[in-house]
Design a protein around this ligand. Sequence first.
Ligand code: FAD
Length: 382
Amino acid sequence: MLDEIEQEREGWRRKAREVAKNVVAPRAAEIDETGEFAWDLVEAYSKYGFLSLVISKEYGGMDTDITSFCLVTEEIANICASSALLVIVQAVGTMPVVLGGTNELKERVLPQLAKEKGLICFCLTEPDSGSDAASVRTKAVLKDDHYVINGRKCFITNGGVADFYTVFAATNPDKKIEGITSFVIKKGTPGLTIGKTEEKMGIRGSNTTEVILEDVKVPINQRIGDEGAGWWQMMRTLNRSRPAIGAQAVGLAQGALDYLIRFVQGKGLAKGKEDRLGVQLTLADMAVEIEAARALVYKAANMMDEKVKGAPVQMFSAMSKYFASDVAMKVTTNAVQILQWEGLTKNHPVERMMRDAKVIQIFEGTNQIQRMVVAHTLLKGR
Ligand SMILES: Cc1cc2nc3c(=O)[nH]c(=O)nc-3n(C[C@H](O)[C@H](O)[C@H](O)COP(=O)(O)OP(=O)(O)OC[C@H]3O[C@@H](n4cnc5c(N)ncnc54)[C@H](O)[C@@H]3O)c2cc1C
């Protein structure tokens, strides 16, 4: 008998699988080819609650745990990783408000995301501050009843399509991480404009842009929590979202393996002749590595859900992101190798998955940075 929580999680997995099969699958190749933002998916996801997973019920959201968030992401990424990113980014942009916002700010922002199909994005990276997020150059200066924000953000997912922008800025640069503060800014606020839209090799259906802030006046009540709380809101958000990025990588890798199994069976490479053994052993390795990545992802998610004091959540979240995306890269590269000319063909599903896997190794903190987080935790205090 599944207990109530497991039943609920299973329900989310079923729903996501259904949407992936019926709504995402017919669109995946076209989304990749055109690189256009899929407004029809916003419509479908919002109907199923995928855009308000981490918002509590009092604001109209679904109030799921991190495990369910990962399950939804994995199922969609099994068909199209780019389409899964829409679910992740919405949660990433929302979480600082959920974790640190006043009730009044939550009341003004969250129902618009949960009930009115509003999109939100997460604006941290800048041209001179990517991995080294502590040195954010965007400045917010308090003047009477509002802040004046100036700076330039880059590689912002959904930058060109969002209704709200969660922006990290320095309110006191001398204090380094203690001087970082976050704000929610509404689309259309004077001074907030969209710069270059990136043309990417993978995850092409997600909209990635520069966000430019020039003398943007932001009322104090749009600050998320206290001055100086931004760094911790950002870290707590990434601890929750990195397992979901890991789940995105697991779903993608599983999608590639599923395709490859059908291919190998269809070509008669599965009959056990010695000269085909190499292909079969590669399939076995892929399956084992995907299962190992999946176990790590759900261990990290479960650690977050159980809220055990002192648990190394940051380390497991980093481990799950980098291990799963490295597995996805390896699995898709080997899959293309086995598919040969077919896999090299432009817009082949596995070719798309290989390009998408490369991007997952880079965003939400590169895999080198995740390794540093793990090493730092291992060595701390010894
Ligand atoms: C498709 C896509 C979507 C994105 N979406 C968002 C978004 O929505 N919001 C947002 O804020 N950001 C977003 N990003 C930005 C992303 O998180 C950054 O690209 C990433 O954190 C790396 O920063 P950077 O590009 O400035 O590289 P850099 O920090 O300049 O790093 C360059 C290289 O050096 C390595 N490196 C850097 N420091 C070290 C170190 N100390 N030790 C070892 N290696 C190191 C890095 O791993 C990397 O390989 C997105 C990026 C992409 C590609």
